[in-house]
Design a protein around this ligand. Sequence first.
Ligand SMILES: [Zn+2]
Ligand SMILES: [Zn+2]
Length: 773
Amino acid sequence: MLKQLDPTLERRRIIVQGIVQGVGFRPFVYSQAVRWGLAGFVLNDSRGVTIEVEGNLNALDGFERALREEAPPLARVDSVIAELLPSHGETDFVIIHSQGGSERRALISPDTSTCVDCLRELLDPADRRYRYPFINCTNCGPRFTIIQDVPYDRDKTTMRVFPMCPDCQREFDDPLNRRFHAQPNACPVCGPRLRFIDWTTGESNANPIALATQRLAAGAILAVKGLGGYHLACDGLNAEAVQRLRQRKHREAKPFALMVPDVEMAMQLCEVSSDEAALLQSHRRPIVLLKRRACCPVAPGVAPSHSTLGIMLPYTPLHYLLLHACVDVFKKDRPVALVMTSGNLSDEPIAYRDDDASDRLAAIADGALVHNRDIHSRCDDSVVQVTASGTQFLRRSRGNAPEPIPLELEFPMPLLACGAHLKNTFCLGKGRNAFISHHIGDLENLETLISFREGIEHFERLFDIYPEAIAYDLHPEYLATKYALDSDITWKIGVQHHHAHIASVMAEHGLTDPVIGVAADGTGYGTDGTVWGCEIMVADLLGFERLSHLAYVPLPGGEQAVRQPWRMGAVYLASVYGDAFLDLDIPFTRQLDKQMWRILSKMIAHGINCPQTSSLGRLFDAVAALLGLRGRALYEGQAAIELEMQAVGCSDHVASYSFVMEQGTRRLDVVPLIHDIVRDIQQSVPVPHIARRFHMTIAEMLAAACFEVQQQTGLKTVALSGGVFQNRLLLEQLVSRMEEMAFQVYTNRRVPPNDGGISLGQAAVAAARLQRG
Ligand SMILES: [Zn+2]
Ligand SMILES: [Zn+2]
């Protein structure tokens, strides 16, 4: 009764910012207030969540700590700011319902894998959602992919066509229920339904999971509707089915991802470190690249020439039901691993609309496991790998997008960065948040371009960001660049490709002082009009100076040379031996199409469609071709990946080959390296040994170039980015070499080092330039 007089009593107003709406944060606050015996209220507003609480000091401290440390799984607490108020002598704690429109600026959570509570209910025969493939709650389920507009409530999602039954509504309205305000809440009475359609007979079936499982066991290929699009599924141990899928999908070599029932199964197939296990089981559920075990029975056609497999765990209730059924139905004592690859024909975007899926996938799949909850936004699976310097994204999409990346820099005005050509993402920046899109893909066809345009409009609406500035790549032919130049936004800012790569690392780590940037990739438009790809620069966010680079060689036929690594092999041999290379007695020259080479050498001599390039990706291609690994590549980077796989297979302790850094120009000349490799080939040194020495040499060469730049500038901080750094072995060797030399090394941790991270770098550079006026 004399509460106000108690000196240990206090009232605080606490503002929590981050992803705190639509993720069960208010019920969480409520339960914590009850736990700590506090009175007051909680409400959502445009800033996030505002709480006023009063009670005893220790309890208030415990409550605040819990807000930071025990927040619900989908929440992301960016800040908790408290101020002192006079005590009111309140005794109850209440949830105050928010005012309309205030949630517009709230952050939208990414789609999230089924939580443990929902999984328990899914498998509990006594639960009213037993085996219901669309079970979800505030802690899990679809979000971004079903949201059509803001504010985020059911009417603005693809769930609006399913009115809740009284039971679901009761859960939805109860602040102590796990489904309080869970917009996609549903049950077998009122929610979406699953069907199996046999595309050969057109029949649909009443027991979809059982039928789908039988068909998979018999070797069928099925389309399975997921969160962000359709997958194509088949038994990953059935070599014939895998091969049939490759033929029908016109995908000859790129690895397929696998879905396995649980982490134990992943460990049976692959080596799984504790970090990798945590990633597999995280609620974001990415595909994790794992080292395949020698005894792994997965069909070789799943990932030809790869020593790794891309594995993910089930992330929707439908996946759980399907994988569990496979465990029961497939032959005993054999692992269960389903191929789960994007539902598309090679190079097209993933299918996500039902009519489109049946048009495009019926020729590939024998049947389909489908449902009537529409997907509004296409969203491919994310892909990650664990490297010596931490987790690295290869694709940041489902489970991560559209969660913004908080930056230390501030956008002086709302802006849009259009990204690059391959693996495109775009980025909208506002305040201190960078909203990087889901994976759009290679902007090479109309459908992807439409996805890009629609994606931008959707993000603008969702996050209330209407750009006043637009950043783009300097390559005049990129569709994303043309989009920027055609737009009616006044401020247009061109950003060099490799500068954007380095800026993406700087933005992620909040680096503002100049750094030494090492950008290594396949292709990027240089300021001199050539094709860059191995650039050592001094950069800050405003600009860069290129201080060193791989010596230029011709790229005969441009894009053709990317598809045909043998061309680069011949170019590098010619750069060492001139035309006399044709007389070298090594398998590469014996097998060379000499007539074709004569045509190419004429093109080179006359400068016809032979841009100069300093691309490190192409040097990897050349060496892979010289070693007889791959003369023709079925996708960009295939030869380089195979070279890495060979090198990983060698445990010899190797020294570096020779290379030259020209005095003055600091051009990195690899003539001696090619010379050494040819000698080793002639002496029948095993390919894995040569591949490993080559990796070591590149690491040594890049480290030496950085050392030179450091001698001149005194800089000790290095940022590494570009697609070449997806090569785990090279990254590991380079980082360890640089750390021995006392450099502080930064790499991409939150966006991919490949072109999927370019949009963030462009946004950061544009922000810095706008800030300076
Ligand atoms: Zn749940
Ligand atoms: Zn219901």
